[in-house]
Design a protein around this ligand. Structure first.
Ligand SMILES: Nc1nc2c(ncn2[C@@H]2O[C@H](COP(=O)(O)OP(=O)(O)OP(=O)(O)O)[C@@H](O)[C@H]2O)c(=O)[nH]1
Ligand SMILES: [Mg+2]
Length: 354
């Protein structure tokens, strides 16, 4: 199971862990009851044996199947694409998840063994009372094994729900990652360029995880990723939310859009924003950048002058494109630039192939 393509296909097949053992146990009891009929009313001992054994078999196959499925349909971390592996590592304790998955899988074999023992005991039983006693004992042991898994169910379910919420990115296609300080308008741009609808708010740190949108250029589908805002600090000091942005840059970006807010209405001075950029520029030297200055609809000439001056002085920056994500100003130019990079990559690839 190699996850170079879509995580969603794998995620959709996941069998969710129950929110508590009771959910499984109740389902088991229901099934066993249905299978057994009214054994007590039957007269023949042999028939009653078969009924009691059937109850255990039905319960057992349901539980074993369900436990195994929970364990085996949850993606194995080591088989995930490095982007997902690291992303999941940020939001889930992978060691705990691994331990819980193997405990759940291991419990399936224990349940199976106990079923066999109790079936054997019923087969050997000489009277009705002992048969019922063994069947009840099986269900008692089953209940306590499931009870012991409660914490594991919780850990796995929690991780599975997080896996379901991971952005459905395709690490193999051209990706534009929109990055920048908080509140500068990154999500607004992704909303404007694609059909994705990341949340937009007037305060910083609105975006707490990655969102992916798509843009079709000619017939090529391009991914546009919205990321959480970045502060001016080294990688080692970044929190879990910022690290998601860094992972997108590290693993997915073929092109980085860095966004400034020259109006500083984002709450961060332009100097501070430059500090954020410096850190990113240093870390991603081999990826092309586009520099956008957002909110031109409310920018004064002073803001524009300062932005231009700062950009000229920054090594590796030079020109910035003034846009308004909100009012749709110059977005066609942004698309054209993206298109240029997509085509460049396609041409360099075709040269390489031929
Ligand atoms: N005037 C103006 N406001 C804008 C523009 N783009 C975004 N905004 C406003 O800026 C605020 C932040 O926008 P978001 O798109 O949420 O910014 P963000 O960079 O995604 O913010 P975080 O997710 O918190 O990092 C919102 O109040 C937007 O309405 C723009 O072009 N012009
Ligand atoms: Mg945002």
């Amino acid at each position: 199971m190699k996850l170079t393509k879509s995580l969603s296909i794998v995620a959709r097949k996941m069998v969710l862990a129950p929110s508590s053992h009771e959910e499984i146990f109740e389902a088991v009891v229901r099934r066993a009851k249905k299978s057994g009929g009214t054994a007590l009313l039957r007269k023949k001992l042999g028939h009653m044996k078969r009924v009691e054994i059937r109850k255990i078999e039905v319960a057992n196959s349901y539980v074993v199947n369900r436990l195994k499925k929970i364990a085996l349909t949850t993606p194995f971390v080591r088989e995930l694409h490095p982007f997902y592996r690291e992303l999941l590592g940020i939001i889930v304790d992978l060691d705990l998840l691994k331990r819980s998955l193997s405990r759940i899988y291991g419990a399936a074999s224990i349940v199976n063994k106990i079923a066999k023992e109790h079936i054997l005991a019923i087969k050997k039983a000489k009277d009705r009372t002992s048969m019922i006693k063994y069947r009840r004992a099986y269900f008692g042991r089953l209940k306590s094994i499931l009870e012991d898994l409660d914490e594991d169910f919780k850990i796995v379910r929690n991780a599975q729900i997080k896996i379901l919420k991971l952005p459905d990115v395709n690490p193999g296609i051209f990706s534009v990652v929109v990055a920048g300080p908080p509140n500068v308008g990154k999500s607004s741009l992704v909303r404007a360029l694609t059909r994705a609808k990341p949340e937009v708010r007037e305060y910083p740190f609105t975006t707490k995880s990655l969102t992916v949108g798509h843009l079709t250029i000619d017939s090529t589908v391009v991914q546009v990723l919205d990321t959480p805002g970045l502060l001016d600090r080294p990688l080692s000091a970044r929190n879990k939310i910022e690290l998601q942005a860094i992972l997108a840059l590290q693993h997915l970006a073929n092109l980085i859009i860095f966004m400034f807010d020259p109006t500083e209405t984002c709450g961060f001075t332009l100097n501070y924003q430059v500090g954020v950029l410096r850190e990113i520029l240093n870390s991603f030297k081999n990826i092309p950048f586009i520099f956008l200055a957002n909110k031109v609809d409310i920018a004064t000439s002073k803001h524009i002058e300062k932005m231009n001056r700062v950009a000229q002085e920054l090594p590796g920056v030079g020109n910035v494109l003034f846009i308004s994500a909100k009012e749709g100003i110059n977005l066609d130019k942004v698309k054209k630039i993206i298109e240029r990079y997509v085509k460049e990559r396609e041409e360099s690839r075709s040269v390489y192939i031929s």
